[in-house]
Design a protein around this ligand. Structure first.
Ligand code: MN
Length: 207
């Protein structure tokens, strides 16, 4: 999604709706991906309709530079563009529980160990940040402009782009992401996400 331009379209899930069972149920996936994500896409297109020049910019550029735009475009891009960007990363970053890649490998693993101590300590910090998000939001592991790892908590549909960071792993902690199955038990949902969260291969040295 980061490099897509207007008109935006809902990217199909790269796995079946039921593929993440029992950690994320099919009904949640249908509602979350097909309805919530679609609504952000539809509303982002509506936001950009009156602005032919903005239609040529990638989602990443729109989100990075939204601060200099007219207020209505700014708000629409922050809310809907942020929703498209974050959800795109989130759904792409999950995979079947049977698959490999549910733990970081290679350089990313080394960087996590160096920054947090070990993978379990990283999960503890990330999980605590996920529980600390007050109201609706996200928790995101990102690479800072100085190429260090940092855990970001984001409110509503904020992204880490304005801080010059690039996302590595993101968890959706809006209630719509877990309420059907986990009700108010966000901690159980976050624990389950580790079984289906996928870590990317980092192909560059970060220092
Ligand atoms: Mn969501």
């Amino acid at each position: 999604m980061p490099y897509h331009t207007y008109p935006f379209e809902l990217p199909p899930l790269p796995y079946a709706h039921a593929a993440l069972h029992p950690y994320i149920d099919e009904e949640t996936m249908r509602c979350h991906h097909d309805k919530h994500f679609q609504t952000y896409i539809t509303n982002l297109n509506k936001t950009l309709e009156p602005y032919p020049k903005l239609q040529k910019l990638t989602l990443e550029r729109l989100l990075t530079y939204s601060g200099i735009l007219p207020y209505e475009a700014y708000v629409g891009i922050e809310r809907n563009g942020g929703g498209v960007y974050n959800h795109g990363l989130f759904f792409e970053g999950l995979s079947k529980p049977s698959e490999e890649a549910h733990a970081p490998r290679g350089y990313l693993a080394a960087l996590i160990n160096r920054t947090f101590g070990d993978f379990d300590k990283f999960k503890e910090c990330f999980g605590a940040a996920a529980l600390d998000v007050f109201g609706s939001g996200w928790v995101c592991l990102g690479l800072t402009p100085l190429k260090r790892l940092k855990i970001y908590t984001l409110t509503n549909q904020e992204t880490i782009l304005k801080q010059g960071a690039r996302p590595i792993l993101i968890f959706d902690v809006w209630e719509h992401a877990y309420y059907l199955k986990y009700k108010n038990a966000r901690a159980e949902y976050v624990e389950a996400l580790w079984k289906v969260a996928k870590f990317p291969e980092m192909r560059f040295r970060a220092d």
